[in-house]
Design a protein around this ligand. Structure first.
Ligand SMILES: [Zn+2]
Length: 69
């Protein structure tokens, strides 16, 4: 399952553009969550540990890409 690799227009990181990804197509998932979007249907997720959540996302992304390449 190979998804097109895009460069985030915010943080310039590579990310997989998966079908149905929320947010902008030219932003990585982490950056998409930084700004309120129309589909902010996860109020419980944006609690107090937002930074921790992003750290974990970043780590997961790194893992994914390392495995990919
Ligand atoms: Zn980004």
């Amino acid at each position: 399952m190979a998804f097109p690799i895009k460069i985030c227009s915010i943080c310039s990181e590579e990310f997989e553009l998966k079908p149905g990804k929320p947010g902008f197509a030219n932003r990585c998932p982490a950056c998409s969550e930084q700004e309120p979007t129309t589909n902010s249907a996860n109020p419980t997720k944006s609690g107090g540990n937002k930074e921790l959540d992003q750290e974990r996302r970043k780590a997961m992304r790194d893992l994914l890409y390392r495995k990919d390449s």
